[in-house]
Design a binder for this molecule. Structure first.
Ligand SMILES: Nc1ncnc2c1ncn2[C@@H]1O[C@H](COP(=O)(O)OP(=O)(O)OP(=O)(O)O)[C@@H](O)[C@H]1O
Length: 800
């Protein structure tokens, strides 16, 4: 814990070059006091956190706590125990990882300093932090560094063969380092490279990789969480031997994950730089003669001089001087900002061909600026420096004006790949100007117009005009844009341009069978398609008949959602026939598609071939017990299943009894939902009992060992199930729930007779070293007998 006074001892591991520590060596090691309170951390008092991250269980830590007098000895005991248990696997890297997960980063840094040869740290820094104020030139500096590094002009460049410039504002939650590299550093036209090969290259050349990470302050909060790729890279949990240079506005929190070896602060332009910049600026714009006077003015005016250290402001002042020299020397900073705004407003009016009013900005521009300012202020108050207009309350924004601005901005970002305008109040008219800008962003891969309910069919008509400009579009999200069959028919011919479409989301649009029929004319061309969302689109069995032949071509489909449509048994029957062709399918979402057990009979015939299926949702269909019985019969084929949703399916104990027979085959199951059904006490008890039982696979992989009684005596628990939902089953009574609680919560009870028998059996295992009786309750007599037998045992060292 930061800030505590410490006096801690840890062990000097005397690491071998191989980084391994065997118990035998360990016993001979000197124990040298090593301070581990770098930055005020106290490993001793935080030993339980460390134990947790070294995979010790609660019972282990309780034992360690019980057999030592103080935290210092407990910490020592823990490390000894860890070494003993893990042998060759007890490496200093593992220890450092656990220490940093336990937020004992200073101790990690201490170890790193102490064992540079082990941790890969040499004289060269691993992490360089470059901080600077907004617009201070961090991005410019890093881009220059990237160029200089690849041309080997800098020391960093000479020491690294692979230089990767990553803009952190474009990093998404869950994105891996290799995916970032693929996304940002590899050109679209490069052949033979994919995420796997990038990983292999980076791993092979780890110490020759230079990561240039730009704008930590712009990294989304979700991507900043511990466990995300960038924090892991910073805290040396991956690519430990690489070098990282990261830029950020001050105090954005980089140091939460790393203690930089080198800290650079960008101070901005010096007075000489300012002079040089001004001269160059006016030379370029062709009015070199007015540069000298500006230099004199800014030297005399402290207000402006202070501002001009920041490059972005210097540029703006040059623009202002060019427009009207009188505006550069107002009395106050506010006046200067206001003059800058007027100057930019004038330029805007000139470009748009509108009159600039004499008394301020044009009303629509002033209005839009005010609203954006308001959004920016709110974002700043939330501590965010990246403004996501799509998330804002934006009903009142002047979207027409904004999109016109956005369209002109698009000219400057030809490499833009993701455009997310979801949940905005765009109208067809405002979309028009934006779509015109698509020609400037031919690399666009993802367009998200989710939940823009003002678009409607007219919006689709506008959208189609821009699709031919963005042929690389792989993700198109049009969920709930109020499209009907007419809009779908308008859009479809233009979707043909998108040969690489991987994801199409049309959920919650009333496209109906007619719209679906036109979609099916282009679907077969999307051979790369992985995700197709057609939920709540008013499809019936007639529509399914046209969809199915087209679906057959989508052999890479990973997720299909056709829920909340009136498909019925007959619609599902024809769909099931092509299921065996969709071998990549992982997620099949079929809630409320009006099927009965007859539909299930057809479905399972196709389903049983999909052995990669990880999620099946057939909730809100009246399949009843016969339907579940059919499904249960094929579940042993679906061993990858992680999520099974069966709520509101009319099932009762009879169906559950079929399910429990096959549940042990679902070794990956994480979520089971059987809520809103007619299940009673016996059903739910048998279900929970089955889930609590050792799995077939567990037993196969961990057969009972001779020297340990662990498997034979202690219960084994389901380690994958995360969520079991059985609410709203009226047949389940308090008694049933009590039994369920017992099954889940109460430890197994060992009656005295069994405990005595165990005590008597102990001498017959003369080499036994450990006896684990965790979560087993005993009565006093039985307990005493076991303890006594354990004490008398010649080799038994540990009784849990
Ligand atoms: N060394 C430089 N020479 C000339 N112009 C520069 C220099 N550094 C920055 N600029 C100008 O200042 C602008 C802002 O710089 P830059 O985007 O690099 O700042 P930043 O610190 O990354 O800003 P932010 O904190 O907003 O990310 C640049 O677009 C460029 O016009």
């Amino acid at each position: 814990m930061i800030g505590r006074a410490i006096d801690v001892t840890v062990v000097d591991f005397k690491l071998s070059k191989k980084f391994s520590m065997r118990p035998s060596r360990w016993n001979r090691l000197d124990r040298v006091p090593v301070p581990c309170h770098h930055g005020g951390e106290n490993v001793s008092s935080d030993w339980k956190d460390l134990a947790f991250h070294l995979d010790f269980r609660r019972s282990d830590t309780d034992n360690i706590a019980g057999r030592n007098r103080d935290d210092k000895s407990r910490c020592m005991d823990l490390l000894e125990e860890w070494l003993k248990r893990n042998g060759d696997r007890a490496t200093v890297e593992v220890l450092m990882e656990a220490l940093s997960e336990a937020e004992l980063q200073s101790t990690v840094d201490g170890l790193r300093d102490k064992y540079p040869e082990v941790t890969g740290k040499s004289e060269a820094p691993r992490c360089i932090l470059i901080e600077g104020e907004a617009g201070g030139g961090k991005t410019t500096f890093l881009s220059k560094e990237a160029l200089d590094a690849v041309s080997q002009k800098t020391e960093l460049g000479r020491r690294h063969d692979i230089v990767l410039l990553i803009r952190l504002r474009e990093v998404w939650e869950g994105e891996t380092i290799e995916e970032m590299v693929w996304d940002q550093c590899v050109s679209q036209t490069t052949e033979g490279i994919d995420v796997q090969s990038i990983r292999a290259i980076l791993q092979r050349n780890e110490s020759r990789v230079l990561f240039l990470l730009d704008g930590y302050d712009e990294l989304r909060p979700e991507a900043r969480e511990a466990g995300q790729a960038i924090p892991k890279l910073l805290s040396s949990k991956m690519y430990l031997k690489s070098t990282v240079v990261i830029t950020s506005r001050p105090s954005a929190g980089v140091q939460q994950y790393t203690r930089p070896d080198c800290h650079v602060h960008i101070m901005g332009f010096s007075p000489e730089h300012v002079d040089k910049y001004v001269r160059q600026y006016f030379e370029i714009v062709g009015t070199a003669e007015i540069a000298k006077e500006l230099i004199t003015v800014v030297r005399k005016n402290p207000l402006v001089t202070d501002l001009l250290h920041t490059p972005i402001f210097l540029m703006l002042v040059c623009v202002l001087w060019e427009d009207n020299p009188e505006m550069v020397s107002p009395g106050t900073m506010t006046d200067l900002y206001s003059n800058l705004l007027t100057c930019l407003g004038k330029k805007h009016c000139k470009r748009e061909g509108v009159e600039m009013p004499t008394d301020g900005l044009p009303a629509d521009l002033a209005d839009a600026l005010l609203q954006i300012g308001n959004l920016a202020l709110e974002a700043l108050l939330r501590g965010e420096t990246l403004l996501d207009v799509s998330q804002a309350e934006n009903e009142n924004l002047n979207w027409k004006l904004l999109t016109a601005r956005l369209a002109s901005v698009l000219k400057n970002v030809p490499g833009l790949k993701v455009l997310n305008l979801s949940y905005t109040a765009l109208t067809p008219a405002s979309l028009q100007s934006l779509v015109q800008g698509f020609r400037h962003i031919p690399q666009l891969e993802e367009l998200d117009l989710t939940w823009i309910d003002k678009l409607g069919d007219a919006g689709m008509e506008v959208l189609q005009t821009g699709l031919s400009s963005v042929p690389h579009l792989a993700v198109l999200r049009l969920r709930n844009v109020h499209m009907t069959s007419a809009g779908m028919s308008l859009l479809t011919p233009y979707l043909r341009h998108l040969a690489g479409l991987r994801e199409l989301d049309l959920n919650l649009n009333e496209i109906g069978d007619t719209g679906l029929t036109s979609l099916t004319t282009v679907l077969p061309t999307f051979i790369a398609m992985q995700v197709l969302d057609l939920a709540a689109t008013r499809i019936t069995h007639t529509g399914m008949r046209t969809l199915v032949p087209a679906l057959r071509h989508l052999t890479r489909l990973v997720k299909l959602d056709i829920g909340y449509n009136n498909i019925g048994d007959s619609g599902l029957e024809c769909f099931s026939a092509i299921l065996p062709h969709l071998t990549a399918m992982e997620v099949l979402v079929l809630p409320d598609i009006r099927i009965s057990h007859k539909g299930m009979v057809a479905l399972v015939a196709g389903l049983c071939k999909l052995n990669g299926l990880i999620k099946l949702d057939i909730s809100n269909n009246d399949i009843k017990d016969p339907g579940l019985e059919c499904l249960a019969a094929i579940l042993p084929h679906l061993t990858a299943m992680k999520v099974l949703i069966l709520n509101s399916t009319g099932i009762s104990d009879r169906g559950i009894s079929a399910l429990v027979k096959t549940l042990p085959h679902l070794v990956e199951l994480q979520e089971l939902n059987v809520s809103w059904n007619n299940i009673g006490d016996s059903g739910i008890v048998s279900l929970v009992q089955t889930l609590c039982q050792p799995r077939k696979l567990d037993l196969e992989q961990n057969p009972p060992r001779e020297k340990s009684l662990t498997t034979a005596t202690a219960p084994r628990y389901n380690t994958t199930l995360q969520r079991l939902d059985f609410g709203w089953n009226r047949g389940i009574t308090g008694a049933g729930l009590g039994r369920v609680a017992q099954l889940i919560g109460t430890p197994t009870h060992l009656p005295d007779t069994a405990a005595m028998a165990l005590a008597e059996a102990l001498p017959r295992l003369p080499a036994l070293e450990e006896l684990e009786l965790e979560n087993i309750s005993m009565d006093l007599a039985g307990f005493q007998a076991v303890v006594q037998a354990a004490e008398e045992h010649p080799t038994l060292k540990r009784l849990w």
